[in-house]
Each structure stands twice: as structure tokens, then as C-alpha cells.
Design a binder for this molecule. Structure first.
Ligand code: ZN
Length: 456
């Protein structure tokens, strides 16, 4: 007898190709996958676990396309700095990272993502102090502990200040060391299986912290291994000025020269893009991870999301690291993305269903998983967010999707990853939230003390 989980009586936004929605519908989950979605109640089975979805909105679990989980232990610094000054202030703090700090930060950061509707998270980790230990392993452990799918982007930096880069020389790897570490991460953790919990991507950090040799070499390595490629690009005007001065080309042209455009690449930010840059991304089906809160926090600018979507560029949402987005949640980015687009292009620049698409199917496209994640359809993985709209903040609202995107972020009655509950009634199922907070506070204090920072 197959046990099924059946969600009954919920509003459902499937985010399928036709934008199918149900005012009162059901979802059936068997063996980690969705087997049915439709209007009205599902015919009962004898072994069903029934979830009462009345008063709730079911959406696909949100997909986070850009994050730096270790930064959860370094929130609240460099509050009025733009990117380059912010980085220069934070690099010495990050130099104290070790396995325990990374595990505590990743656990808390992933818990925050889960509590804001996220079921799959890409984490871009590019800081590897020489004596830091197994930092990527700590992040992989944390994701398994919380219960989220992880795309572990093995980042790298090989261009220190003595070679015109931004990071201190003490914090970079050699080019060969970075490539070897990247290959080792793929060999150890990358699982290409359709329902995998951990995939690895290749992620040299940015044009101003990575040599052209590492950019090219990492792209070749990733393609030989059949994994995806991720980096920061076109985040600030400072980056563009430096790129033009050093390489005589824009960041997008630099990406093209080094092998960083294509359907297996997704780029974080893409804030400063010309029409030609957008056309180049569209031609290569290169994805963009849009991080509106982080871009606002750092005063970086506003990405041209409506133009990117019109050009056919796959766009997903990212929380970015919590040192530049102290909220660290993903659900709130739906609203931030909507408002930022409207500040640029007017009230019809982005509607709430487009925002939900960015946070779900758009993200799955960026991560190369649109065939198994990002929408509620039979055959897809049962990664489902059941948002509770029954409280004062949302009750009676005309449109449940507007409640989610424009209203206060609702609590989650249930969050499923592969049909397995990660949150129930807003509380984590697999980890102790109070212990996670205590570990995070201790890790943050230890990191601050190691950097000689005195807190007022
Ligand atoms: Zn970032």
C-alpha cells in the first residue's frame, strides 16, 4: 500500500506553463513526487495522510539562486558602504571562518530560508582561509540537517591586492589550488540524479577577485564535469569602470571572452547591463540571479528585470549573503522585486504572478532543474510551500497571490521537500531552532572577536 500525502481545500498557484490556479483544490504526493493536482477535493485513499489546506495558498517551494550562507555570522557590518568598501571591511572578518562557524551560520541561514518558503538553495562559497577546515562540507551537512536541497557553488578567488584584485593576499588560493579544490568538491558531492539533494556548481567569485586564467579554467573544468557555472557579474558601476580600464571591455564582453555565457551559466546580479549586454545574455540563454534587497542595501542599482524577461533571459531570485541583506529570507524578495521593477517602469512593470514565477520556475531554470522543480505538476518533485493566509494579516484579501507578494510574508503551515516535511506550523521539523540561534550567536561573537571588532 502506497502512502499518500493529500493537501485538501487550499488555493493553489501551480506556476505551470498555462498559469493554472485553483481557488479550492488538492495536491497529492506519493514517493516524493506530485501525482495529482486539481480542483475540489481528491478522492480519499485508505492510507492517506490528509493536510487541511483551508485558508492556505499552495505554491511551488521557492528557489534561491544566490546566497553566501557563511555571511549569516557577519550581519550588521559596513552598513552604509557600497560593494567595494563593504568587501574591504568584511574580508578580514571572513578570514576567521572555520568549520564550526560555517556550520552554525549555514544552519541558521537555511532555517531562515525555509521559514520564508525556500526549498532549494544555491550557496556560493568563495572564502577558504588556509586553516579553515572543511567549509563546504559543513554547509553540505547543514543543508542535510535542515532538510533543504542545496546547490553548493564551489567559489574561488586567486587575485589578491598585490595583483590588482580587491581581497587581501592572505585570503586567496592559487589558481591551480582553486581548480583542484573545485574538482574535489564535484567528485565528492555532486549528485546528478533527478531527485538529488546536493549538486555542485563551479563559481569563481568575480572579475575583481579572480584572474582571467581562473575564469577560463573554471569554465572548462565545469563543462568537462557536466556541472553548472555561477559567478557575480555587472553588480556595480565600479566593476564596469575597472573592467573597461583593465580589459578594455564591459563585464558581459569579459564573460563572453572567458567562456562565461551559455545555457549552463547563471550570473548573480546583472544590474548594469546595456541593451547589447541583455541581447548577449538572451542569445546564450544565460541566467540571472536577481537580488533586489542586496542591490538596494549596497546602493548598487536596479537590474532591468522587465527588459531581461522581455528578451527571454531566465531570471531567478536570490537573497544574496546576509551581510548585505540582514533579512536573509527569500519570500520577501518577491515583493522587493515587484517594487523595484515598478520604481523603474511603472505600476505594470511586473505583476505578482511574474514575481512568483521569478521565485519558483525562473529560479529552477537558472539552476537547470525546470524539468523537476519550480511548478506544481504531476511528475515533479513534491517541493511545496503551504502559506497560511487565515490570520488577520491576510484574511479576506481579494487575491491569495497578491497576499503572498504584496502583503506581509505569511507563515507556513507546511513546507515539503521531496514530500518530506521541513516545517510544520512554522516550526522546523529536523533541527532545534533555539539551539541554532544560540550556536549562531556564539559563532558571530567568536568571529567578531577574532577580527578585533568591539561591539557597542
Ligand atoms: Zn553575492
Amino acid at each position: 500500500m502506497v502512502t499518500r500525502t493529500v493537501i485538501q481545500g487550499a488555493a493553489i498557484a501551480t506556476v505551470d506553463g498555462a498559469g493554472t490556479e485553483y481557488v479550492d483544490g488538492h495536491l497529492v504526493v506519493e514517493d516524493g513526487r506530485i501525482t495529482a493536482v486539481g480542483a475540489g477535493p481528491s478522492p480519499p485513499g485508505p492510507q492517506d495522510t490528509v493536510v487541511d489546506g483551508r485558508g492556505c495558498l499552495a505554491t511551488p517551494g521557492l528557489v534561491n539562486t544566490h546566497h553566501h550562507l557563511y555571511q549569516w555570522a557577519t550581519r550588521g557590518y559596513a552598513q552604509q558602504s557600497s560593494l567595494f568598501n563593504w568587501l574591504v571591511e568584511l574580508y578580514p572578518v571572513w578570514a576567521g571562518l572555520d568549520e564550526d562557524i560555517t556550520r552554525a551560520a549555514a544552519t541558521a541561514g537555511l532555517l531562515r530560508l525555509a521559514q520564508t518558503g525556500c526549498t532549494t538553495a544555491a550557496d556560493h562559497h568563495y572564502v577558504f582561509p588556509a586553516d579553515g577546515g572543511d567549509l563546504l562540507g559543513a554547509t553540505v551537512d547543514a543543508a542535510a540537517g535542515v532538510g533543504l536541497r542545496l546547490h553548493a557553488v564551489r567559489g574561488s578567488m586567486d587575485r589578491g591586492i598585490s595583483h590588482g584584485g580587491l581581497p587581501p593576499d592572505s585570503l586567496i588560493e592559487t589558481t591551480d589550488g582553486a581548480l583542484a579544490g573545485t574538482q574535489a568538491a564535484i567528485d565528492r558531492w555532486h549528485d546528478p540524479a533527478p531527485d538529488s539533494a546536493v549538486r555542485v556548481a563551479v563559481g569563481p567569485c568575480s572579475p575583481f577577485s579572480v584572474s582571467p586564467e581562473l575564469m577560463s579554467g573554471a569554465a572548462e573544468l565545469g563543462r568537462a564535469a557536466g556541472v553548472r557555472l555561477h559567478t557575480h557579474l555587472a553588480e556595480t558601476l565600479d566593476e564596469e569602470v575597472q573592467c573597461l580600464a583593465e580589459y578594455g571591455c564591459t563585464p558581459v564582453e569579459y564573460a563572453e571572452r572567458t567562456g562565461w555565457l551559455g545555457p549552463d551559466v547563471w550570473l548573480a546580479h546583472g544590474v548594469h547591463l546595456s541593451d547589447a549586454g541583455i541581447a548577449a545574455l538572451a542569445a546564450g540563454r544565460t541566467g540571472v540571479a536577481h537580488c533586489p534587497t542586496s542591490n538596494a542595501r549596497l546602493g548598487a542599482g536596479a537590474a532591468r528585470i522587465a527588459d531581461l524577461l522581455a528578451a527571454g533571459v531566465p531570471v531567478g531570485l536570490g537573497a544574496d549573503g546576509a551581510a548585505s541583506n540582514e533579512d536573509g529570507g527569500l519570500g520577501g524578495e518577491l515583493r522587493q522585486a515587484t517594487y523595484l521593477a515598478r520604481m523603474q517602469g511603472g505600476a505594470d512593470a511586473l505583476d505578482v504572478r511574474q514575481a512568483l514565477w521569478l521565485g519558483t520556475l525562473g529560479g529552477a531554470l537558472c539552476l537547470g532543474r525546470a524539468d523537476e522543480l519550480g511548478s506544481l505538476e504531476p511528475g515533479k518533485l513534491a517541493d511545496i510551500a503551504l502559506w497560511d493566509l487565515a490570520g488577520v494579516a491576510h484574511a479576506g484579501i481579494a487575491d491569495p497571490v497578491a497576499a503572498l507578494v504584496l502583503g506581509a510574508l505569511p507563515p507556513l503551515r507546511l513546507l515539503l521537500v521531496g514530500g518530506r516535511a521541513v516545517l510544520a506550523d512554522g516550526r522546523p521539523v529536523h533541527v532545534d531552532e533555539d539551539a541554532a540561534a544560540r550556536d549562531l550567536a556564539a559563532a558571530s561573537t567568536r568571529l567578531a572577536a577574532a577580527a578585533g571588532l568591539i561591539r557597542r
